[in-house]
Design a protein around this ligand. Structure first.
Ligand code: AHR
Length: 310
């Protein structure tokens, strides 16, 4: 009968759900929230079970998260590292457990590059170059021969976007001997961090800065608020250039409070989940997958604002 017939049919196992551990940096910026949302919703679309750990910008907590994923025997680990160094030991443990690691958004320095399979994210060095190119072409001091004085708001100390956005910026800066970075502080990629740097500066200086270069939008917007409170018009008395391309920053360009935003795309989820699915079906992954990005100024921002979700 039908029951016996069914028993005799070859049994195929139901397709296994892919389980992925995701060690995220934190919730420090609007960019980061959009990044997490993109990865979580792409996981759902791809039918991947995602275990999310928020490290609140602590590398130590990320290492604990990775160890937890190893103990859970997940199929893959996605790491968006808070800082660039200190990963050798824990990634060796993942390798010994045969769990592939994919870097998302930020890169790392490890003794053995075999510790991770691929990196999916932006070219931060190029972002820094783009920011300085805009300054070179657009920031003019009142007296043509005078120096352009730049304040740099760096991201988290030791994070790859901070290191690389500084590097790329300086690479172009050296071609312009009249342009100088006169003050550099870390605002940890947060709104409050950017605000505090400007407030601190104003305690001991009369405002003498032509350009604020912020490693992300949140710090730029925080700095703009502090400037306004002190009677200095952001975007007019001082040019503001930053990196990311969040809706708030694009709005600030349109309202004239910021001048240039170099885009860094946080919507990495679909590419990431596609890579994991490919990996699980035995395909080889490219070593680096770099996202496509643009530069926003008052000339081209309006068209993007409506469709920008973050
Ligand atoms: O790693 C990307 C950077 O981290 C983004 O520019 C910033 O907003 C985030 O916090």
């Amino acid at each position: 009968d039908a029951f016996v017939e069914n028993l005799n049919k070859p049994q195929t196992a139901p397709p296994k759900t892919i389980r992925v551990g995701y060690a995220q940096v934190g919730t420090e910026s609007a960019w980061r929230l959009a990044n997490t949302e993109s990865i979580q919703s792409a996981a759902k679309e791809f039918g991947i079970q995602l275990f999310y750990e928020n490290a609140d910008q602590s590398p130590k907590r990320q290492i604990e998260a990775i160890r937890k994923f190893i103990a859970m025997k997940v199929d893959a680990i996605v790491l968006s590292p808070v800082i660039d160094s200190g990963w050798d030991e824990v990634l060796r443990e993942a390798k010994q457990a045969n769990i592939p690691v994919i870097l998302s958004d930020r890169e790392i320095t490890v003794q053995d590059d075999d510790m991770y399979l691929t990196f999916i994210g932006a070219d931060f060095v190029e972002e820094g170059r783009r920011a300085m190119r805009w300054i070179a072409e657009n920031a003019v001091p009142a007296n043509k021969n005078a120096t352009i004085r730049i304040m740099e708001l760096q991201g988290t100390v030791g994070a790859s976007p901070s290191v690389e956005r500084s590097l790329g910026f300086r690479e172009i800066l050296q071609e312009y001997p009249n342009d100088k970075i006169v003050y550099t502080r870390s605002g940890d990629f947060t709104y409050d961090g950017g605000k505090q740097i400007v407030e601190e500066y104003l305690k001991t200086h009369k405002w003498d800065i032509d350009v604020v270069y912020a490693h992300n939008d949140d710090m730029a917007l925080g700095a703009a608020e502090a400037l306004e409170k002190n009677g200095i018009a952001p975007g007019k008395d001082v040019k503001i250039v930053s990196i990311d391309g969040t809706k708030n920053a694009l709005n600030a360009i349109v309202s004239g409070k910021m001048n240039c935003v170099v885009e860094c795309n946080p919507l990495l989820g679909p590419q990431l989940m596609k890579a994991i699915t490919d990996l699980m079906s035995g395909k080889e992954l490219p070593l680096r997958i770099i996202t496509d990005e643009k530069v926003f100024t008052k000339e081209n921002t309006q068209e993007t604002i409506k469709s920008r979700k973050y």
